[in-house]
Design a protein around this ligand. Structure first.
Ligand code: SF4
Length: 290
């Protein structure tokens, strides 16, 4: 498995598992990775000429303002128990795409973005896992006058330079829990990199929408929610909104399909009362909350 999305190698050899083609088909043009030797391919991925794209879709009213093209990148360092896209965690699925093909495709939708106030969102997986590719797509799309967003846990935020951030109009920052123990339980990683990234975005005055997934029995204690609110309250100046997203079980089948154990089968979505209560905690801090 690729360890960091830069030096790692996509699973191209049969013994490493089959690379599923076609999910992101239509994003690129006629790219055939057999044109490349393995070292050439690795070099292209290091420079960001090529990225492994899991899939993409056109969506409205999620993943940022307006109608958006959301590109889901493969690879993620976290292992969230509730992940809806566990098939993006490892660099195994997707299609290899050239930067220029992806950018061309995004620009084709410019009239839709202009009409709706939308743009491009790079999600995943973790968009910063394949940083070289993501950086180049963001810059070229932003330079073309299109609104850009990333949907990130912030865990790899230090990979973005200040210059990279100039090509990003909005950061959707997932704060998955408010203390190290709960964060580790939920994601198998540490919270501090997310706080560091959020602090940096705050210093730079970058627009942020915070997202928090409410999972009964896992993230819903008042203590945890207040811990998240404590963190976000410090970023009040640049956080435009907090979105409390109710847990649902719709990703469960995907975990089974890829042979991973899903542990939240018995968890039910939060009640309306619980959602209102948690949103109320954020609102009581003066944060615009949905
Ligand atoms: S950060 Fe996102 S893609 Fe990565 S494991 Fe968590 S929910 Fe899944």
């Amino acid at each position: 498995m690729a360890q960091d999305g830069i030096t790692g190698v996509v699973s191209l050899e049969p013994e490493q598992g089959e690379k599923v083609r076609g999910i992101a088909a239509g994003l690129g043009t006629d790219f055939d990775d057999s044109e490349f030797t393995r070292p050439e391919l690795m070099e292209s991925r290091r420079t960001g000429d090529i990225g492994l794209v899991h899939s993409w879709e056109l969506v409205t009213a999620v993943d940022g303002p307006g109608t958006r093209m959301t590109i889901f990148m493969s690879g993620c360092p976290l292992r969230c128990l509730y992940c809806h896209n566990p098939d993006t965690m490892e660099m195994k699925e997707g299609t290899l795409e050239r930067v220029e093909d992806v950018v061309k495709r995004v620009i084709r939708y410019r009239p839709v973005f202009n009409a709706s106030g939308g743009g491009l969102t790079i999600s995943g997986g973790e968009p910063l896992f394949q940083i070289a590719f993501t950086r180049r797509v963001l810059k070229e799309v932003h330079d073309a006058g299109i609104h850009t967003t990333i949907d990130t846990s912030g865990n790899l935020g230090s990979r973005l330079t200040d210059e990279d951030l100039e090509s990003i109009d909005l950061v959707l920052l997932d704060v998955k829990s408010g203390d190290e123990d709960t964060y580790m339980k939920v994601t198998s990683r540490t919270l501090q990199p997310t706080i560091d990234f959020g602090n940096r975005l705050n210093r730079l005055g970058k627009k942020v929408w915070v997202r928090f997934v409410l999972v009964p029995g896992l993230t819903d204690s008042d203590e945890n929610v207040n811990n998240v609110a404590d963190i976000v309250e410090k970023w009040k100046d640049n956080v435009e909104r907090v979105e409390v997203l109710p847990f649902h079980n719709m990703g469960a089948d995907k975990w089974q399909n890829i042979g991973m154990e899903y542990t939240l089968d018995d968890v039910t979505p939060p009640s309306r009362e619980l959602l209102d209560h948690v949103r109320g905690i954020f609102k009581s801090r003066g944060l615009t909350t949905f």
